[in-house]
Design a protein around this ligand. Structure first.
Ligand code: PLP
Length: 407
């Protein structure tokens, strides 16, 4: 590593809180699918900032919208209307086939918003007694890092020493429909689920699970809430991941790629019945829905929702998964290869672990991150060309095949 990199890392460690353990690379520049470190070394981005950079880095149309809007009208708060937010609301709700949307900034804020909506809907529409509303989540979920969301989490490290936890949450095994059926009570307002669990290690539910969960929620008048912050917006080869299963969620939560890779934009989209429970003053955000966010996100939505763009992701994803399975299916260190679209994971034996492999990948010019100790996450920008993807995957295959087998 260059001296400059080491100095910056040391400064980060000395002056920053250690709430992350990054890969040892200090980035300086990005364009498209590529990242460059401070020494000028080029890497292929195989993680896209957890799906944020789906359009690649510094997409020219996104940058143009950002610069133009920043000069024109910036942040004015929701004390006033602006001319960018209404068309964004219209575009987003039309794409989702839903009535209304509510803009926030980060994913965690949008999930919090959905939970507040569910609670208020539960009390005022469903008629659950005050302060008795329950919300059901899934084991292994990742919805963000706020106090409410760590209360909903089942991950020991996300929770430890952050109590006391917020009451009113229950969790059931992801993929277990009977567990969900048993957990629902007359006081249940909502069930929140990631159609693909990203942070848990790119976990897909069993076929039919989401559809049956949706039906169960309908039967019991429980809101079916999907967190598509990571898997949404064409990442899996459909504009929304719920479309694979032909679902009609009550609330859809988006973030990450919604900001075009350059600006924090998140949203809750849903029915007039649910979003209609909010009255002026009930909820808000100073930055949420500002003119820059809306202009940038409109451009991102336009690009991400092009049918040919989405079809290409689906085809590329099918090819990539088959290619990985062909090459690594027999490897003694590989436990599973899974994914949908360009959201894939390779699970390796715990004795090997993923961290050493992603460190080795960095040395070979491919950047990604391990998740849950044993999964190598593979999620390139959706604009990646097949040749580029093949080269990156072949590097991954090579690194995995040359890793020491478990004893
Ligand atoms: C990243 C993520 C969040 C949280 O988003 P932030 O912008 O980091 O607050 C919530 N849910 C899912 C599924 C995510 O991947």
């Amino acid at each position: 590593m260059s001296t400059k990199s080491q100095q910056l890392i040391d400064l980060d460690l000395a002056r920053g809180a250690h709430n992350y353990r990054p890969i040892d690379v200090v980035l300086h520049r990005a364009k498209g699918i590529h990242l460059w470190d401070v020494a000028g070394r080029r890497y292929t981005d195989m993680m896209s900032a957890y799906s944020t950079a789906s359009l690649g880095h510094s997409h020219p149309k996104v940058l143009k919208a950002l610069a133009r809007q920043a000069r024109q009208l910036d942040v004015t708060s929701r004390a006033f209307y602006n001319d960018q937010l209404p068309p964004w609301l219209d575009q987003l709700t039309a794409l989702a086939g839903m009535d209304k949307a509510l803009p926030m900034n980060t994913g965690a804020e949008a999930v919090e918003t959905a939970l507040k909506l569910a609670r208020k809907w539960g009390e005022t529409v469903k008629g659950i007694p005050r302060d008795r509303v329950e919300i059901i989540g899934c084991e292994g979920n990742f919805h963000g890092r706020t106090l409410a969301l760590v209360s909903l989490s089942t991950e020991a490290q996300y929770r430890e020493n952050f109590g006391p936890y917020l009451p009113g949450f229950k969790t059931v095994a992801f993929g277990d429909i009977d567990a969900l059926a048993q957990a629902i009570t007359p006081r249940t307002a909502a069930f929140i689920v990631e159609p693909i669990q990203g942070e848990a290690g790119i976990r897909l539910p069993p076929p039919g699970y989401l559809k049956r969960a949706r039906e169960l929620c309908r039967q019991h008048r429980v809101l079916f809430v999907v967190d598509e912050i990571q898997c949404g917006l064409s990442r899996t080869g459909r504009l929304f991941c719920f479309q694979h299963n032909d679902l009609d969620p009550d609330l859809l939560i988006l973030g990450k790629a919604l900001g075009g890779g350059v600006y924090p934009v998140s949203a809750v989209v849903g029915s007039a019945e649910v979003l209609g429970v909010l009255r002026p003053g009930d909820h808000g955000s100073t930055f949420g829905g500002n003119a820059i966010a809306a202009a940038v996100s409109r451009t991102a939505l336009t690009l991400l929702s092009e049918p040919e763009f989405i079809d290409r992701v689906a085809r590329l994803g099918d090819w990539a998964l088959a290619h990985l399975k062909d090459a690594l299916g027999q490897s003694p260190i590989v436990r599973d290869i899974r994914g949908q679209g360009l959201m894939m994971g390779i699970e390796v034996a715990p004795e090997v672990g993923a961290r050493g492999l992603v460190d080795a990948l960095k040395e070979r010019g491919v950047l990604t991150k391990d998740t849950h100790e044993v999964v190598i996450r593979l999620a390139p920008p959706l604009i990646i060309r097949k040749k580029q993807l093949r080269r990156a995957l072949d590097t991954v295959i090579d690194v995995v095949l040359s890793a020491a087998p478990p004893r």
